[in-house]
Design a protein around this ligand. Sequence first.
Ligand code: DAK
Length: 258
Amino acid sequence: MSNFTTITSKVEEGIALIELNRPKVLNAINRSMVSELLSAFEQYDRDDQVKAIVLTGNDRAFAAGADIDEMMNDDAITLELLNQFKDWDQLHTIKKPVIGAVSGFCFGGGFELALCCDILFASEKAQFGFPEVKLGVMPGAGGTVKLTKLMGQKKALEWLWLGESMTAKEAHQYGVINRVVAPELVLEEAMKFARTIASKAPLSLRLIKETVYKAVDDSVLDGMQFERKNFYLLFSSEDQKEGMKAFAEKRRANFKGK
Ligand code: DAK
């Protein structure tokens, strides 16, 4: 893959691993990092050999937020003209499963990046939070909206107003992350999960992801109608025939993603 400077990436046995790589500043997310991340995600999303993508940082930090040094002198018009949110928004268009493995600090934009992952594994020692209120700003890449949808408005206001960090256990209790694991196992468990779903039918994974995210905003009836369309769609795939035939023949299905 391209010569990235703020991330590293590789593919192993159908799983793409992207690691944030600005350790000296606790993986603070600058503009280059967002654009490199998007480029890596989009390439892997197009690559048929890749079945799932894992995103991680290092032991000390997943990411301690957007790069404060880079944005401290920005004004509203500069930000509008830079239109950085376009790249952040594009991160939500990735169709393959994205699994996050979080250790250490996961703050501000780092937390927002983690929340772009479909499934989140965190170390017992991970810390999550939106400290923007202490900097005179607020989350801008979906943090307020996603936290509210995940934990409810009262709890979200409490965390966002206080700007304090929550432990992985608290984040798990509030439904913000999927699993809390021992620090040395975070990446391994995330990779294991990625490998497990990589054996499932790719089109099913893709349409389930699309339907679940649509359900977050839909009424139950609208969501069910959307679900039904995707359900029908899968019956025109080769993988549906293969999956059901394999079941009848008592063998493992060989999915092609078609
Ligand atoms: N930005 C830049 N540098 C950072 C940083 C950050 N967010 N976080 C840490 N660093 C740097 C520190 O400055 C320090 O650099 P040196 O002094 O060594 O040169 C190095 O990383 C190590 O940090 P510390 O010495 O502070 O380490 P400690 O263990 O003592 O403390 C800490 C760790 C995470 C508690 C502390 O570093 C900290 O409070 N960091 C800032 C956390 C924070 O406030 N995060 C939220 C930032 S606001 C946007 C999209 C999203 C956003 C904005 C715009 N657009 C699309 C426009 C998001 C905004 C944010 O995330």
